[in-house]
Design a binder for this molecule. Structure first.
Ligand SMILES: Nc1ncnc2c1ncn2[C@@H]1O[C@H](COP(=O)(O)OP(=O)(O)OP(=O)(O)O)[C@@H](O)[C@H]1O
Ligand code: SF4
Ligand SMILES: [Mg+2]
Length: 355
Protein backbone atom coordinates (compact mmCIF):
# COMPACT_ATOMS: atom_id res chain seq x y z
CA UNK A 1 0.00 0.00 0.00
CA UNK A 2 1.24 3.46 -0.84
CA UNK A 3 2.66 5.57 1.97
CA UNK A 4 2.48 9.34 2.32
CA UNK A 5 -1.11 9.82 1.19
CA UNK A 6 -2.49 11.11 4.46
CA UNK A 7 -4.37 14.34 4.97
CA UNK A 8 -4.66 17.00 7.57
CA UNK A 9 -8.12 17.30 9.20
CA UNK A 10 -9.45 20.63 10.47
CA UNK A 11 -12.72 20.67 12.37
CA UNK A 12 -14.11 24.18 12.80
CA UNK A 13 -16.87 25.18 15.20
CA UNK A 14 -18.82 21.98 14.55
CA UNK A 15 -22.37 21.79 15.91
CA UNK A 16 -24.99 19.09 15.83
CA UNK A 17 -28.49 19.66 17.12
CA UNK A 18 -31.00 16.80 17.08
CA UNK A 19 -34.72 17.35 17.49
CA UNK A 20 -36.09 14.87 20.02
CA UNK A 21 -39.65 14.24 21.14
CA UNK A 22 -40.36 13.76 24.82
CA UNK A 23 -43.46 11.60 24.15
CA UNK A 24 -45.65 10.45 21.31
CA UNK A 25 -47.41 13.84 21.11
CA UNK A 26 -44.76 16.03 22.75
CA UNK A 27 -43.30 18.89 20.75
CA UNK A 28 -39.74 18.38 19.48
CA UNK A 29 -37.01 19.73 21.74
CA UNK A 30 -33.52 20.67 20.55
CA UNK A 31 -30.74 18.42 21.85
CA UNK A 32 -27.35 19.99 21.22
CA UNK A 33 -25.10 16.91 20.99
CA UNK A 34 -22.10 18.91 19.73
CA UNK A 35 -21.92 22.52 20.78
CA UNK A 36 -19.15 24.14 18.71
CA UNK A 37 -16.06 21.95 18.61
CA UNK A 38 -12.78 22.84 16.85
CA UNK A 39 -9.62 20.73 16.56
CA UNK A 40 -6.97 19.74 14.06
CA UNK A 41 -5.39 16.40 13.27
CA UNK A 42 -1.95 16.58 11.69
CA UNK A 43 -1.48 14.24 8.74
CA UNK A 44 -0.04 10.89 9.78
CA UNK A 45 -0.77 11.39 13.50
CA UNK A 46 -3.46 10.30 15.96
CA UNK A 47 -5.87 12.71 17.61
CA UNK A 48 -7.53 11.06 20.59
CA UNK A 49 -11.00 12.15 21.64
CA UNK A 50 -11.85 11.09 25.17
CA UNK A 51 -14.98 11.56 27.23
CA UNK A 52 -17.58 9.55 29.09
CA UNK A 53 -20.74 8.07 27.63
CA UNK A 54 -23.01 10.70 26.07
CA UNK A 55 -20.27 13.33 25.65
CA UNK A 56 -20.73 13.34 21.86
CA UNK A 57 -17.77 11.28 20.59
CA UNK A 58 -19.73 9.13 18.13
CA UNK A 59 -21.70 12.13 16.87
CA UNK A 60 -18.40 13.76 15.85
CA UNK A 61 -17.27 10.48 14.25
CA UNK A 62 -20.53 10.19 12.29
CA UNK A 63 -20.13 13.71 10.92
CA UNK A 64 -16.58 12.92 9.80
CA UNK A 65 -17.76 9.68 8.19
CA UNK A 66 -20.50 11.65 6.35
CA UNK A 67 -23.15 9.58 8.11
CA UNK A 68 -24.67 12.70 9.77
CA UNK A 69 -24.84 16.26 8.44
CA UNK A 70 -23.56 18.93 10.85
CA UNK A 71 -26.02 21.61 11.91
CA UNK A 72 -23.22 24.12 11.31
CA UNK A 73 -19.44 24.30 11.12
CA UNK A 74 -16.83 22.93 8.76
CA UNK A 75 -14.83 19.71 8.41
CA UNK A 76 -11.85 20.30 6.16
CA UNK A 77 -9.92 17.27 4.95
CA UNK A 78 -6.95 18.00 2.73
CA UNK A 79 -8.29 21.52 2.17
CA UNK A 80 -11.83 20.48 1.08
CA UNK A 81 -14.83 21.17 3.30
CA UNK A 82 -16.65 17.82 3.53
CA UNK A 83 -19.90 19.56 4.45
CA UNK A 84 -20.00 21.22 1.01
CA UNK A 85 -19.16 18.22 -1.15
CA UNK A 86 -21.60 16.33 -3.31
CA UNK A 87 -21.57 13.79 -6.11
CA UNK A 88 -18.24 12.20 -7.02
CA UNK A 89 -16.25 14.43 -4.64
CA UNK A 90 -18.40 13.29 -1.70
CA UNK A 91 -17.98 9.64 -2.68
CA UNK A 92 -14.22 10.12 -2.90
CA UNK A 93 -14.18 11.70 0.60
CA UNK A 94 -16.27 8.79 1.90
CA UNK A 95 -13.63 6.35 0.62
CA UNK A 96 -10.80 8.33 2.19
CA UNK A 97 -12.31 8.33 5.71
CA UNK A 98 -13.11 4.79 6.76
CA UNK A 99 -14.53 3.68 10.10
CA UNK A 100 -13.52 0.90 12.46
CA UNK A 101 -16.36 0.48 14.93
CA UNK A 102 -16.56 -0.66 18.51
CA UNK A 103 -18.13 -4.07 18.35
CA UNK A 104 -16.48 -6.62 16.07
CA UNK A 105 -19.22 -9.11 17.07
CA UNK A 106 -22.13 -7.14 15.63
CA UNK A 107 -20.36 -5.14 12.91
CA UNK A 108 -19.46 -8.23 10.82
CA UNK A 109 -22.25 -10.02 8.95
CA UNK A 110 -22.29 -13.56 10.42
CA UNK A 111 -23.67 -15.04 7.17
CA UNK A 112 -20.81 -13.81 5.02
CA UNK A 113 -17.39 -15.42 4.76
CA UNK A 114 -14.49 -13.20 5.85
CA UNK A 115 -13.28 -12.95 2.25
CA UNK A 116 -16.71 -11.67 1.14
CA UNK A 117 -16.81 -9.17 4.02
CA UNK A 118 -13.45 -7.67 3.03
CA UNK A 119 -14.28 -7.89 -0.69
CA UNK A 120 -17.65 -6.12 -0.42
CA UNK A 121 -16.36 -2.48 -0.47
CA UNK A 122 -13.83 -3.40 -3.18
CA UNK A 123 -16.62 -4.82 -5.36
CA UNK A 124 -18.85 -1.79 -4.83
CA UNK A 125 -16.29 1.00 -5.12
CA UNK A 126 -13.35 -0.20 -7.24
CA UNK A 127 -13.22 -1.45 -10.82
CA UNK A 128 -11.05 -4.51 -10.23
CA UNK A 129 -11.38 -7.96 -11.73
CA UNK A 130 -12.44 -10.85 -9.50
CA UNK A 131 -8.88 -12.16 -9.58
CA UNK A 132 -7.43 -8.75 -8.58
CA UNK A 133 -9.93 -8.49 -5.73
CA UNK A 134 -9.04 -11.94 -4.43
CA UNK A 135 -5.35 -10.96 -4.42
CA UNK A 136 -6.24 -7.73 -2.61
CA UNK A 137 -8.20 -9.63 0.05
CA UNK A 138 -5.17 -11.86 0.67
CA UNK A 139 -2.91 -8.79 0.86
CA UNK A 140 -5.24 -7.14 3.39
CA UNK A 141 -5.46 -10.28 5.54
CA UNK A 142 -1.68 -10.48 5.57
CA UNK A 143 -1.44 -6.79 6.51
CA UNK A 144 -3.52 -7.35 9.65
CA UNK A 145 -1.71 -10.57 10.58
CA UNK A 146 -4.33 -13.15 9.53
CA UNK A 147 -3.65 -16.21 7.35
CA UNK A 148 -5.05 -16.17 3.80
CA UNK A 149 -7.28 -19.20 4.52
CA UNK A 150 -9.22 -16.94 6.94
CA UNK A 151 -11.03 -15.71 3.80
CA UNK A 152 -12.96 -19.01 3.60
CA UNK A 153 -14.17 -18.96 7.20
CA UNK A 154 -17.06 -17.20 8.97
CA UNK A 155 -16.68 -14.41 11.61
CA UNK A 156 -17.96 -16.64 14.45
CA UNK A 157 -14.89 -18.88 13.98
CA UNK A 158 -12.65 -16.02 15.18
CA UNK A 159 -11.86 -14.45 18.54
CA UNK A 160 -12.80 -10.82 19.33
CA UNK A 161 -9.28 -9.57 18.57
CA UNK A 162 -9.19 -11.47 15.26
CA UNK A 163 -12.61 -10.10 14.33
CA UNK A 164 -11.36 -6.57 14.95
CA UNK A 165 -8.42 -7.38 12.62
CA UNK A 166 -11.01 -8.38 9.99
CA UNK A 167 -12.81 -5.03 10.51
CA UNK A 168 -9.51 -3.20 10.10
CA UNK A 169 -8.71 -5.16 6.90
CA UNK A 170 -12.12 -4.23 5.51
CA UNK A 171 -11.61 -0.55 6.41
CA UNK A 172 -8.21 -0.52 4.66
CA UNK A 173 -9.56 -2.01 1.42
CA UNK A 174 -10.35 1.31 -0.25
CA UNK A 175 -6.90 2.76 0.53
CA UNK A 176 -8.26 5.33 2.98
CA UNK A 177 -6.19 8.26 4.19
CA UNK A 178 -7.82 8.43 7.61
CA UNK A 179 -9.37 5.85 9.92
CA UNK A 180 -12.12 6.88 12.30
CA UNK A 181 -11.63 4.50 15.22
CA UNK A 182 -14.70 4.62 17.47
CA UNK A 183 -13.90 2.65 20.65
CA UNK A 184 -11.94 0.08 18.60
CA UNK A 185 -10.86 -2.01 21.59
CA UNK A 186 -13.47 -1.42 24.28
CA UNK A 187 -15.34 -4.64 23.44
CA UNK A 188 -12.14 -6.71 23.75
CA UNK A 189 -10.44 -8.38 26.71
CA UNK A 190 -7.72 -6.20 28.22
CA UNK A 191 -5.09 -8.79 27.21
CA UNK A 192 -6.14 -8.49 23.54
CA UNK A 193 -6.55 -4.70 23.52
CA UNK A 194 -2.79 -4.05 23.40
CA UNK A 195 -2.35 -6.38 20.40
CA UNK A 196 -4.98 -4.52 18.38
CA UNK A 197 -3.66 -1.10 19.44
CA UNK A 198 -0.12 -2.11 18.48
CA UNK A 199 -1.36 -3.38 15.11
CA UNK A 200 -3.02 0.01 14.53
CA UNK A 201 0.22 1.80 15.46
CA UNK A 202 2.24 -0.42 13.13
CA UNK A 203 -0.19 0.12 10.24
CA UNK A 204 -0.07 3.87 10.80
CA UNK A 205 3.71 3.84 10.47
CA UNK A 206 3.73 1.51 7.46
CA UNK A 207 0.96 3.20 5.49
CA UNK A 208 1.12 6.72 6.94
CA UNK A 209 -2.53 6.88 8.03
CA UNK A 210 -4.19 9.66 10.01
CA UNK A 211 -6.35 8.47 12.93
CA UNK A 212 -9.20 9.97 14.87
CA UNK A 213 -9.30 7.66 17.90
CA UNK A 214 -12.35 7.77 20.13
CA UNK A 215 -12.41 6.19 23.57
CA UNK A 216 -13.83 6.65 27.04
CA UNK A 217 -10.48 5.31 28.32
CA UNK A 218 -7.81 7.98 28.76
CA UNK A 219 -5.09 5.32 29.10
CA UNK A 220 -5.88 4.01 25.59
CA UNK A 221 -6.05 7.51 24.14
CA UNK A 222 -2.80 8.65 25.80
CA UNK A 223 -0.97 5.50 24.61
CA UNK A 224 -2.03 5.96 21.00
CA UNK A 225 -2.26 9.70 20.39
CA UNK A 226 0.01 12.66 19.80
CA UNK A 227 -2.79 15.14 20.61
CA UNK A 228 -5.78 14.64 22.90
CA UNK A 229 -9.12 16.45 23.16
CA UNK A 230 -11.31 16.00 26.25
CA UNK A 231 -15.01 16.16 25.42
CA UNK A 232 -17.80 16.86 27.91
CA UNK A 233 -21.44 17.50 27.03
CA UNK A 234 -20.58 18.21 23.41
CA UNK A 235 -17.78 20.69 24.15
CA UNK A 236 -14.02 20.43 24.36
CA UNK A 237 -12.81 21.05 27.90
CA UNK A 238 -9.10 20.69 27.14
CA UNK A 239 -6.78 20.04 24.18
CA UNK A 240 -3.05 19.34 24.48
CA UNK A 241 -0.24 17.01 23.51
CA UNK A 242 -0.83 13.58 25.05
CA UNK A 243 2.18 13.68 27.39
CA UNK A 244 1.37 17.26 28.48
CA UNK A 245 -2.26 16.52 29.29
CA UNK A 246 -1.27 13.52 31.43
CA UNK A 247 1.55 15.42 33.19
CA UNK A 248 -0.35 18.63 33.92
CA UNK A 249 -4.10 18.43 33.28
CA UNK A 250 -5.54 21.96 33.49
CA UNK A 251 -9.23 21.07 33.69
CA UNK A 252 -10.84 19.33 36.69
CA UNK A 253 -12.66 16.92 34.37
CA UNK A 254 -9.37 15.81 32.81
CA UNK A 255 -7.86 15.63 36.31
CA UNK A 256 -10.69 13.30 37.31
CA UNK A 257 -10.20 11.09 34.23
CA UNK A 258 -6.49 10.83 35.04
CA UNK A 259 -7.12 10.17 38.73
CA UNK A 260 -9.41 7.31 37.73
CA UNK A 261 -6.73 5.51 35.68
CA UNK A 262 -3.45 6.58 37.24
CA UNK A 263 -2.62 7.59 40.80
CA UNK A 264 0.11 9.89 39.39
CA UNK A 265 -2.69 12.19 38.28
CA UNK A 266 -3.48 12.87 41.91
CA UNK A 267 -0.02 13.95 43.07
CA UNK A 268 -0.01 17.52 41.91
CA UNK A 269 -3.44 18.93 42.68
CA UNK A 270 -4.97 16.25 44.88
CA UNK A 271 -7.11 13.31 43.72
CA UNK A 272 -10.11 14.57 41.77
CA UNK A 273 -13.12 12.32 42.02
CA UNK A 274 -16.42 13.00 40.28
CA UNK A 275 -19.75 11.36 40.91
CA UNK A 276 -23.11 11.32 39.17
CA UNK A 277 -24.02 11.25 35.52
CA UNK A 278 -23.38 13.57 32.63
CA UNK A 279 -26.41 15.95 32.41
CA UNK A 280 -28.87 15.83 29.52
CA UNK A 281 -27.86 17.99 26.55
CA UNK A 282 -31.57 18.90 26.24
CA UNK A 283 -31.26 20.93 29.42
CA UNK A 284 -27.56 21.78 29.88
CA UNK A 285 -26.36 23.46 33.09
CA UNK A 286 -25.83 27.22 33.24
CA UNK A 287 -22.29 28.62 33.36
CA UNK A 288 -19.62 25.94 33.15
CA UNK A 289 -21.20 22.73 31.77
CA UNK A 290 -19.15 20.71 34.29
CA UNK A 291 -20.14 22.73 37.38
CA UNK A 292 -22.81 20.37 38.85
CA UNK A 293 -20.16 17.63 39.18
CA UNK A 294 -16.97 19.64 39.61
CA UNK A 295 -15.26 19.26 43.01
CA UNK A 296 -13.50 22.61 42.46
CA UNK A 297 -16.61 24.59 41.45
CA UNK A 298 -17.25 28.03 42.95
CA UNK A 299 -20.25 30.33 42.68
CA UNK A 300 -18.79 32.03 39.59
CA UNK A 301 -18.87 28.67 37.76
CA UNK A 302 -22.66 28.49 37.96
CA UNK A 303 -23.03 31.85 36.22
CA UNK A 304 -20.15 32.34 33.83
CA UNK A 305 -19.12 30.01 31.06
CA UNK A 306 -15.33 29.58 30.87
CA UNK A 307 -13.71 30.11 27.47
CA UNK A 308 -11.46 27.47 25.91
CA UNK A 309 -8.17 29.37 25.77
CA UNK A 310 -4.46 28.91 25.20
CA UNK A 311 -2.60 28.49 28.51
CA UNK A 312 0.73 27.09 27.35
CA UNK A 313 2.19 26.16 23.99
CA UNK A 314 -0.34 23.86 22.28
CA UNK A 315 -2.34 23.53 25.50
CA UNK A 316 -5.90 24.90 25.78
CA UNK A 317 -8.40 24.48 28.62
CA UNK A 318 -11.85 25.83 29.51
CA UNK A 319 -11.82 26.35 33.27
CA UNK A 320 -11.89 29.68 35.17
CA UNK A 321 -9.06 28.47 37.37
CA UNK A 322 -6.80 26.83 34.77
CA UNK A 323 -4.11 29.55 35.14
CA UNK A 324 -3.93 28.71 38.86
CA UNK A 325 -3.49 24.97 38.14
CA UNK A 326 -0.72 25.80 35.67
CA UNK A 327 1.05 27.98 38.24
CA UNK A 328 0.88 25.26 40.86
CA UNK A 329 2.41 22.69 38.45
CA UNK A 330 5.18 25.18 37.67
CA UNK A 331 5.84 25.78 41.40
CA UNK A 332 5.89 22.06 42.12
CA UNK A 333 8.28 21.42 39.26
CA UNK A 334 10.61 24.21 40.45
CA UNK A 335 10.51 22.80 43.99
CA UNK A 336 11.35 19.30 42.66
CA UNK A 337 14.20 20.69 40.51
CA UNK A 338 15.56 22.60 43.50
CA UNK A 339 15.45 19.62 45.83
CA UNK A 340 17.13 17.33 43.28
CA UNK A 341 19.82 20.01 42.67
CA UNK A 342 20.38 20.27 46.43
CA UNK A 343 20.61 16.53 46.89
CA UNK A 344 23.07 16.13 43.99
CA UNK A 345 25.31 18.93 45.36
CA UNK A 346 25.22 17.68 48.97
CA UNK A 347 28.61 16.36 50.20
CA UNK A 348 27.12 12.89 50.85
CA UNK A 349 25.40 12.48 47.52
CA UNK A 350 28.36 10.88 45.73
CA UNK A 351 29.89 9.16 48.73
CA UNK A 352 31.08 5.73 47.82
CA UNK A 353 30.28 3.03 50.29
CA UNK A 354 33.52 1.38 51.38
CA UNK A 355 33.80 -1.60 53.57
N1 LIG B 1 -29.81 10.29 16.45
C1 LIG B 1 -29.88 10.91 17.61
N2 LIG B 1 -31.03 11.53 17.98
C2 LIG B 1 -31.12 12.19 19.15
N3 LIG B 1 -30.12 12.27 20.05
C3 LIG B 1 -28.96 11.66 19.75
C4 LIG B 1 -28.80 10.95 18.53
N4 LIG B 1 -27.52 10.45 18.50
C5 LIG B 1 -26.95 10.82 19.66
N5 LIG B 1 -27.82 11.54 20.40
C6 LIG B 1 -27.54 12.14 21.71
O1 LIG B 1 -26.36 12.93 21.57
C7 LIG B 1 -25.55 12.84 22.74
C8 LIG B 1 -24.17 12.34 22.35
O2 LIG B 1 -24.28 10.99 21.92
P1 LIG B 1 -23.03 10.16 21.36
O3 LIG B 1 -23.55 8.85 20.88
O4 LIG B 1 -22.30 10.99 20.38
O5 LIG B 1 -22.16 9.99 22.68
P2 LIG B 1 -20.84 9.12 22.93
O6 LIG B 1 -19.86 10.03 23.56
O7 LIG B 1 -20.44 8.45 21.66
O8 LIG B 1 -21.34 8.06 24.00
P3 LIG B 1 -20.92 6.50 24.19
O9 LIG B 1 -19.59 6.53 24.90
O10 LIG B 1 -22.01 5.95 25.05
O11 LIG B 1 -20.85 5.86 22.84
C9 LIG B 1 -26.29 11.91 23.68
O12 LIG B 1 -27.02 12.71 24.58
C10 LIG B 1 -27.19 11.13 22.78
O13 LIG B 1 -28.36 10.70 23.45
S1 SF4 C 1 -14.94 26.54 35.62
FE1 SF4 C 1 -15.51 25.92 37.69
S2 SF4 C 1 -16.96 24.23 37.44
FE2 SF4 C 1 -15.91 24.52 35.49
S3 SF4 C 1 -14.23 23.10 35.56
FE3 SF4 C 1 -13.43 25.03 36.31
S4 SF4 C 1 -13.69 24.95 38.54
FE4 SF4 C 1 -14.95 23.33 37.67
MG1 LIG D 1 -20.20 6.42 21.11
Amino acid sequence: MAKGTTQHIKVRNLRKVYQVRSGMFGRPLPLQAIAGVSFEVEAGTTFGLVGESGSGKTTIAKMLMLAEAPTSGAIEVGGRDLTKLDGAARLQAYRELQPVLQDPYSSLNPRMRVGQIIDEPLRIHLSLSRHERQARVRELLDLVGLPSDAAERYPNEFSGGQRQRISIARALGLNPKCLILDEPVSALDVSIQAQVLNLLKELQQRIGLTYLLISHDLAVVAYMSQRVGVLYLGELMEIADADDIVRRPLHPYTQALISSVDSRGSDDNGKVVITGEIPSPINPPSGCPFHPRCPRAEHRCTLEKPVLRQLASGHQAACHFAEGFLQSYTKQRLARDQSSAESSSSPNSNTEVTT
